[in-house]
Ligand binder design. Structure first.
Ligand code: ATP
Ligand code: MG
Length: 389
């Protein structure tokens, strides 16, 4: 069953695990996420439900005002194989964020971090009759998603939100967070997957992508730069978001102020560069990921400048100069790696990324490769700009 087909009836049954039936005022599908199934659960004033984790002083929703609804989500277990470990991460990360935001004296902390609300039995997850895992978060009211950033100002806001997020988590005490998607960042295994897919040629498409395979062969050397820096100890592992994009940033509906990065399921150990590089990929060309007119795909310096300024404003306090020295390169690396993943999926017959037209994955790959070339041409200038900030 796809996550979008999770019925309202199933959600209503799950809602009963988080709030007494008499407390529920409404339930409706919510948002535009593609991974989990999300519902807004409206509660009556004085509703009976568990207190949010990390805020045990609050007995229930009463007194929390209009923002006390819940976002009820069924976790997609085809993507996240270990929901318990995922919730373990989420609890530690959100408690840490809350403690730091409160210590900094920020107002409305409930709107600046996700907050887990356990089920009535006190557990962070509720299992339904089909074995599905459900969780609830405090619903952040009066906010909207920032959406794709297309101008230097919005890119800067997004970069700053990401930098702050990484900075707040830079001192999360051990143990290491669980990797919620194994091998997520293993570029070498991605490249090996590609070579295997090209050899096997299961969909009979390899002959049509000679130019792309050639591009891969010419560029693959030197891509281990950051991984080698990690091995030698020159840069260190951080805690990263791994899906930082405008759709996952909530901003205040009235003022536009950045509030909270959501969608924390992929938060895990990684390199700061992976998040930054993915933002270079998604926010520095004013085009969509599957743009057909490759002439329009271009890394634009004013957008990169917005991103780098915002990011360093937020992350500056913890980022070392060694880490900073790979930021421009990171954009190229991540864009290349994602391009290879699209090409791999094309060669396998479109098994992973959903396609909406023939050659869709190949188009996506070509867009990434064009952007790689554009970044490559401007890489020195990009890094010089980072060094100046
Ligand atoms: P994606 O496709 O981005 O991976 P997802 O299925 O993992 O999405 P989320 O990004 O977690 O889903 O959220 C689904 C929707 O709910 C989004 O529109 C998001 O902006 C919104 N949202 C997430 N958390 C909250 C919250 N605590 N309060 C209000 N809205 C939220
Ligand atoms: Mg999302």
């Amino acid at each position: 069953m796809s996550e979008t087909e999770i019925s309202l009836e199933a959600a209503a049954r799950a809602a009963g695990s988080f709030a007494e039936p008499g407390s529920i005022a409404g339930l409706a599908p919510y948002g535009d996420g593609h991974i989990n199934a999300s519902f807004r659960l409206r509660l009556r004033p004085g509703a009976v439900r568990a207190a949010p984790v990390a805020r045990p002083s609050l007995p229930g929703s009463s007194g929390e005002g209009p923002g006390a609804d819940l976002l009820l989500q069924r976790i997609n277990e085809r993507v996240f194989r270990d929901p318990e470990a995922l919730m373990g991460n989420l609890l530690r990360v959100t408690s840490h964020l809350r403690a730091k935001l409160e210590a900094a004296g920020l107002p409305e902390v409930d709107r600046r971090t996700l907050t887990v609300v356990p089920a009535l039995d006190g557990r962070p997850l509720a299992r339904d009759a089909e074995g599905g895992s459900w969780r609830a978060l405090l619903f952040i009211g009066g906010a909207r998603s920032a959406g794709p950033a297309r101008d230097p100002g919005s890119v800067r806001t997004l970069g700053a939100a990401l930098g702050r997020f990484q900075a707040l988590l830079a001192d999360l005490p051990p143990p290491r967070l669980a990797p919620t998607i194994p091998r997520f960042h293993d570029a070498r295994s991605r490249l090996a997957d590609f070579e295997r897919a090209a050899d096997r040629d299961l969909a009979g498409r390899a002959a049509s992508v000679g130019r792309e395979i050639d591009f891969f062969l010419r560029r693959r050397d030197g891509l281990g730069l950051i991984a080698e820096a990690l091995e030698s100890g020159a840069v260190r592992e951080r805690i990263t978001h791994n899906d930082a994009k405008g759709d996952n940033l909530l901003v205040d509906e009235a003022t536009g102020e950045a509030l909270c990065l959501v969608d924390l399921d992929t938060v895990m150990p990684g390199l700061a560069h992976y998040d930054f590089g993915d933002m270079v990929r998604t926010a520095t060309s004013p085009t969509v990921e599957d743009e057909l007119d490759l002439a329009k795909v271009e890394m634009q310096m004013p957008l990169f400048e917005g991103l780098a300024r915002g990011y360093l404003e937020g992350a500056g306090s913890f980022l070392t100069s060694a880490e900073k020295s790979y930021l421009a390169f990171a954009g190229k690396l991540i864009t290349f790696t994602i391009g290879i993943r699209f090409l791999t999926d094309f060669l396998r017959g479109d098994k992973y990324f959903r396609v909406h037209r023939p050659n869709h994955n190949l188009d996506r790959c070509r867009t990434q490769f064009k952007l790689v070339q554009s970044i490559h041409r401007q890489e020195e200038a990009m890094q010089a700009l980072v060094n100046q900030i």
